[in-house]
Write a protein that binds this ligand. Structure first.
Ligand SMILES: O=C(O)C1=C[C@@H](OP(=O)(O)O)[C@@H](O)[C@H](O)C1
Ligand SMILES: C=C(OP(=O)(O)O)C(=O)O
Length: 433
């Protein structure tokens, strides 16, 4: 069934408590699972489809996870050598993060794991993870010359693993994290060099668990540890990639004023704040503090007159998932916006550059698709139309905000928001006067 989004009449107002960060939620399960018999309390875990798939996968590896009513988890670690062979195929669902990080986690285990996933995940490139893991000693087989799902990790022994220095061809936190998790479980030293630094949640969380991970510019060096000593509690910050929809909605819908609570503002994720401020947005951060190496703040956003901008590959990893909603900001800005260096968007849940150009042009003929980006003409009148989510959560939510700020929209395949933000449509209704 389609989702009808109406034009917002009188602005959006109030306070939104932003749900837990998807990246940090995945990592909280995988890293806590490796503690020595200790129970880690994870607060504000994101109960979305992707993170619940990771919860099931971790249980399949023999780890006890208690789910509490307040969205917290209690995870009892089994130690660095304590994971058990899953009795059936591990289903990664739609989640690139689950699959790629778990391939690292399981690369050096003495048992076999086979992964599957949904139709979208079967098309996404996995050679980028398999290659460095094989260089470390892993034995992995996958469809199409070890590049695609289904993928099997063969039983292996730690003694077959060795450290590597790996220069990553693409900036990817998932590839970096897979290598770090393999190094942790295999007990080897690795050095990773990124073209541009990507999100560093794995490094932050490993440090919170007593691991020595050094960062120097584009280089990350991991030193092996005998065992993991977890903090008693992990606090998952609100996901800035979810807050992004309200940052843009609050900016472009006239007469809006909205406070976003507990947003993760780790500098490796705040490219959206830089770009929106550069476009003229009125965004103020308050109540800043740190937890587990992650910066957290409240963000107040008010309507503002935006203008076009240009940005490219250097900032891309800091806002990689925000391009669909930044495209919406650009539609409502004065002048042109040019986005380049965004070719990674072609291998997300869908080809997001193509999906943005196809579907937003149904609302206004404003977008030109480039090989590695988009040119967006701002200020054209929008019309109400039907548009397709491509079963991609970020496309669906960006379309919803474009419709709410414009003349409404009918979204087909709207339920994919469950991947990262199950309460998104309810929140959109609740913040309208
Ligand atoms: O490590 C992570 O949690 C993620 C890394 C990014 O992917 P890449 O590593 O492929 O850039 C991002 O797009 C994804 O939503 C989450
Ligand atoms: C690309 C995304 O996630 P993943 O790679 O985990 O599927 C996303 O959430 O936008």
């Amino acid at each position: 069934m389609n989702k009808t989004i109406a034009k917002v009449k009188n602005g959006i107002h109030g306070t939104i408590v932003i749900p837990g960060d998807k990246s940090v939620s995945h990592r909280s399960l995988m890293i806590s699972a490796l503690c020595d018999g200790q129970t880690v309390h994870v607060k504000n875990f994101l109960r979305s489809a992707d993170c619940l798939s990771t919860l099931e996968a971790i249980r399949a590896l023999g780890v006890t996870v208690k789910e509490n009513e307040d969205n917290s988890l209690d995870i009892t670690g089994v130690g660095l050598q304590g994971l058990q062979e899953p009795q059936t195929i591990v289903d990664a669902g739609d989640s690139g993060t689950l699959l790629r990080l778990m391939m690292g986690l399981l690369a050096a285990q003495p048992f076999l794991t086979t992964f599957t996933g949904d139709a979208a995940l079967h098309k996404r490139p996995m050679g980028r993870v398999i290659k460095p893991l094989e260089m470390m000693g892993a034995k992995i087989v996958g469809r199409k010359d070890n590049t695609l799902l289904p993928i099997t990790i063969l039983p292996n022994e730690k003694k077959n693993f060795h450290g590597i220095t790996y220069e990553m061809p693409v900036a990817s936190a998932q590839v970096k994290s897979a290598i770090l998790l393999a190094a942790l479980t295999a007990g080897v030293e690795v050095k990773i060099i990124e073209p541009v630094p990507s999100r560093n949640h794995t490094e932050c969380m490993m440090r919170a668990f007593g691991i020595n991970v050094e960062t120097n510019g584009n280089e990350v060096v991991f030193h092996p540890a005998e065992r993991l000593q977890g903090p008693k509690t992990i606090e998952v910050p609100g996901d800035i990639s979810s807050a992004a929809f309200w940052l843009v909605a609050g900016s472009i819908i006239p007469n809006s004023s909205i406070v976003l609570k507990n947003v993760g503002v780790n500098p490796s994720r705040t490219g959206i704040l830089d770009v929106l401020r550069d476009m003229g947005a009125d965004i103020v951060e308050t109540n800043r503090y740190e937890s587990g190496g992650e910066a957290i703040a409240d963000i107040h956003v008010k309507s503002a007159k935006l203008h076009g901008t240009a940005f490219g590959k250097d900032i891309m990893p800091r806002l990689i998932d925000e391009i669909p909603i930044i495209a919406v900001a650009a539609l409502f800005a004065e002048g042109e916006t040019k986005i380049t260096g965004a070719e990674e968007l072609r291998v997300k849940e869908t080809d997001r550059l193509h999906a943005i150009a196809e579907e937003f042009n149904k609302l206004a003929p404003a977008i030109t698709e480039l090989e590695d980006g988009l040119i967006i003409k701002g200020g054209l009148p929008l019309k109400n139309s039907e548009a397709f989510s491509y079963d991609d959560h970020r496309i669906a939510m960006a379309l919803a905000i474009a419709g709410a700020a414009g003349e409404g929209v009918e979204i087909s395949h709207p339920e994919c928001v469950n991947i990262s933000y199950p309460e998104f449509y309810d929140t959109l209704s609740n913040v309208q006067i």
